[in-house]
Design a protein around this ligand. Structure first.
Ligand code: HEC
Length: 169
């Protein structure tokens, strides 16, 4: 009976440990986010866009309505993976990073047209070209997000230390 209890509690402990470990793993991968196991950035793919694709101009470059239209399209097609405001989600990386924001509109259009299928980014060639450009306009209108704005801030100092600080000021 006693040993049964012992093995039961061992099992509980193990369960707890593996839970913590898996939660940690998730955190790490979320933090690492942009790096795969080989240290490649997930955004490497953008730099593979051929010259000709990069050189394409966005026909809606200066059209504010394209941004609004692109936003709706983004919410329909992209938000489930990349997050509501492209800040990154469970299935897709943030698009509010310099790698994406500084990429040529043509390179973004190329990614949309071809996808990165083996990595889980679908092909969007079925979306009419103007809609793909509108999405590009929307993405570029967002700019780079302040680092990790949507994740909880790094552990702050314990309250005691904070108190000490303010008393000395
Ligand atoms: C099913 C999930 C999913 C959907 C839906 C999706 N994406 Fe992605 N997207 C991904 C993943 C995963 C990656 C990272 C691919 C990689 O590792 O290179 C990615 C990468 C990207 C990139 C960066 C390219 C790069 O070099 O990694 C852009 C830009 C992008 N997606 C735009 C979009 C847009 C715009 C839409 C909507 C039209 C969209 N995605 C829809 C999963 C998705």
């Amino acid at each position: 009976m006693k040993s049964r209890m012992a093995s039961l509690s061992l099992a509980v402990v193990l369960l707890g440990v593996s839970f913590v470990l898996s939660a940690k793993g998730q955190q790490n991968s979320a933090k690492a986010g942009v790096q795969d196991t080989k240290g490649h950035s997930v955004y490497d793919e953008l730099s593979k866009a051929p010259e000709k694709a990069r050189a394409k101009r966005n026909p809606f470059e200066k059209d504010p309505q394209a941004v609004a239209a692109g936003r709706i399209l983004f919410e329909q097609h992209c938000a489930e993976c990349h997050g509501d405001a492209a800040q990154g989600g469970k299935k897709g990386p943030s698009l509010r990073v310099a790698d994406v924001q500084d990429a040529e509109p043509g390179a973004l259009f190329w990614i949309l047209t071809n996808g990165i299928v083996r990595k889980g980014m679908p092909v969007w060639s079925k979306l009419p070209e103007p809609q793909r450009w509108q999405i590009v306009s929307y993405i570029r209108s967002l700019g780079v997000a302040p680092a990790q704005a949507d994740s909880p801030p790094a552990k702050s100092q314990p309250p005691e230390t904070m108190d000490l600080f303010s008393r000395h000021r």
